[in-house]
Design a protein around this ligand. Sequence first.
Ligand code: LMR
Length: 399
Amino acid sequence: MMFSHLEPYAGDPILSLNEAFQKDPRADKVNLSIGIYFDDAGRIPVLDCVRRAEASMLAESAPKSYLPIEGSAAMRTAVQHLLFGAGHEAVTGGRVATLQTVGSSGGLKVGADFIKRWLPQNEVWVSDPTWDNHRAMFEGAGIAVHTYPYYDATTGGLKFDAMLDTLRQLPARSVVLLHACCHNPTGVDLAPEQWRALIPVLRERELLPFLDLAYQGYGDGFAEDADAVRALAASGLTFFIANSFSKSMSVYGERAGALSVVCADAAEAELVLGQLKATVRRNYSSPPIHAAGIVGRVLTDPALRAAWETDVSAMRERIKGMRRSLHAVLQAKRPGRDFGYFLSQRGMFSYTGLKAVQVDRLRDEFGVYLVRSGRICVAGLNTGNVERTAVAMAAVLGA
Ligand code: LMR
């Protein structure tokens, strides 16, 4: 046998849990495992703007040729305007190299391969904790991965001073992976003034930031959630940014994302774009045309764009409402504990502080699914399940 020596794949902790949830026969089960936005009826919404964009694509019935390696020009330009603002000097000056990618995961992978090829001495620092797949992706590209302090379990907030202290000691050109907003898994973000305190450290230490922006719109708004991107670009730093439309347009399986590299000038951006294209060609050749059609239309058609912004505001507000409900019930059931972090954390995720054994009890006894780190996807809560979920959490938390 050719493959008898293979190690069995243990499965991905998030995706396997989501599959286990689907198989659970209990009618009142609650899925807080995966980072997917569910509406108040527990369904993954199909946004009206996406439906209308797809209807116009169907009506046009254009040939489905290959896209260029770097993806759709219309989508790439629209992505730059969404990230940086249309008039940003980095965009008008042509110093941003942007490719459409296979989700933002594709952007992370292409970026990691590029770094391994062209900056082979550089190692990566990720927040402690981070999305599990960050480590796997960079290690998979052959790059050593380390952590910097981030989440403070005692306060449910940020260890900002410890984070800065660590970054100040990194070798020049180290890659620092940062969540631009709605940190996954903790929901703990840097405040705007903390980004402004971080930037001089990144510059002085000649570090290479790699921003992951998978939840734009879920924190405080499209422009607000791009604040870090815009501040880094304005400061003249060179950096990577992988962004996703999976959550913001509810188009998970379309694999709609992009990778941008902000460079010193247009000539450098041209060089970078060329080598990113070479990386894509060797990986998956070119990105999906359907994703480009949806994203390009929604971002550039004024009516679709307005509808999208309204829908994302409603999704964001629904999550905030669920945070308030969860907080209220838990605080009432366990008055001795401070659950204020559910209100200050942003985006889809919160770190509950639940231990793995408590997470297991929640799943086995109450049918509530979350990853064993204690991360919940708040967007899995709704008016029909939030109360009993909070009661179940209070029960496993103990007295
Ligand atoms: C998550 O963290 O749950 C999402 O980003 C989905 C994924 O691919 O892990």
